[in-house]
Design a protein around this ligand. Sequence first.
Ligand code: ZN
Length: 142
Amino acid sequence: MVTTTVVHMMLYSQYYFQYGQHGTSISDLANFLFKPNKTLGSSFIKCVDCNNETNIMNSEMSYVIHCPYTFIGTTSKYFSEVLLHQQLHRCTLCNGGTNKITKFHNSPPVLILAMNNNTKLEISKNMSLLISTEITNYELKG
Ligand SMILES: [Zn+2]
């Protein structure tokens, strides 16, 4: 639990918030408050034809997901694309197409979307994400 005192201390930290509580980016504040203290997931490249998996690595996934202002679609679609997106390079075994897949190790208790003034983003009230082997449903709050 974050107390008001801790938030004030963070806001007056010259390192993180050089302008104090005025002019502080909500996105920066959310990043700071919801910074994970452990690796939340892993990523790998998977061939769509032969299912070969390569380049398995820890993901830098956070509870705060930044959506670029150029994205067109729903927030649900954006989360799906963050977790699975097509790659340009081909499979080294069969020359098939590949996707980069990111998986959370466990269902995050919260996911925050930073929208960056994107006027072409449609807000989804609900979304479902496949996490590990289970589908987790999320409802929009706030
Ligand atoms: Zn392949």
